[in-house]
Design a protein around this ligand. Structure first.
Ligand code: DC
Length: 231
């Protein structure tokens, strides 16, 4: 593993980690890894190529050979994602895709197939990595590990607003059910389950807005990075 500075931000879906991680990376001028997008791409590609969700070897092969391009965004907005030269940005963000991603992500061979690809994102001047197992499995030596959480009701509410803004037609009750189901699958699976690393700083964001969470994380980062440079 190389020695590039890495900040990991893990947590369940709707904890705000996607938005926060992207903003933090933009702020620091660092690279950004949206690891959930990789699992979503495998789920989407499997659907397009009719690879059944129980064909573990087929899914792992597809994951290993994943033909993806993440375009760069200057504004901190979500950039376009191309799967096999086709823009799939909005397809990736649907709840159906998220749920299928959570199913393919439970397959150890798929996780293994995506390991090196994720680690390759750690390039100078640094990386902000967003996911479920960034601090526990992918970047265990990260300089700073954050675990964001919030109640399921609050996360469903945030997800609802986010999806509505993007023009998706969703029901809040269905979202609460889906989030609870996805949390259970992500945290109970054998392979790299969703859980804070033992050295992660856990922040409950239920009663905080994005600006407050970002300010808190930046404060932690400034302290930690200053400590590291003094050693
Ligand atoms: O963060 P997200 O909602 O885009 O992630 C979609 C699914 O992918 C999530 O339910 C679990 C899985 N995932 C994972 O298992 N490990 C990661 N590092 C990121 C996502």
């Amino acid at each position: 593993m190389n020695s590039v500075a890495v900040i990991t931000i893990d947590g369940p879906s709707g904890s705000g980690k996607g938005t926060i991680s992207r903003m933090l990376a933009q702020d620091l001028g660092w690279h950004f890894l949206d690891s959930g997008a990789l699992y979503r791409l495998v789920a989407l590609g499997a659907d397009k190529h009719q690879i059944p969700l129980d064909d573990q070897a087929g899914l792992a092969r597809f994951a290993r050979d994943l033909d993806v391009v993440f375009t760069h965004s200057q504004s901190g907005e979500e950039p376009d994602v191309l799967l096999e030269n086709q823009v799939v940005t909005s397809e990736l963000r649907t709840e159906t895709c998220g749920n299928r991603a959570s199913q393919v992500a439970a397959i150890p061979a798929v996780r293994q197939a995506l390991l090196d690809r994720q680690r390759a994102f750690a390039q100078p001047p640094g990386l902000v990595a967003d996911g479920r197992d960034m601090g526990t499995a992918i970047f265990p030596d990260a300089s700073i590990k954050i675990f964001l959480t919030a109640s399921a009701a609050e996360r469903a509410q945030r997800r609802y607003k986010q999806l509505k803004q993007k023009g998706f037609d969703v029901s809040l009750a269905a979202l609460v059910g889906e989030i609870t189901e996805r949390d259970a699958r992500d945290s109970q699976r054998q392979a790299s389950p969703l859980k804070p690393a033992t050295d992660a700083i856990v922040i409950d964001t239920s009663a905080m807005n994005i600006t407050e969470v970002l300010a808190k994380i930046k404060h932690i980062c400034q302290q930690r990075l200053a400590d590291v440079s003094q050693q």
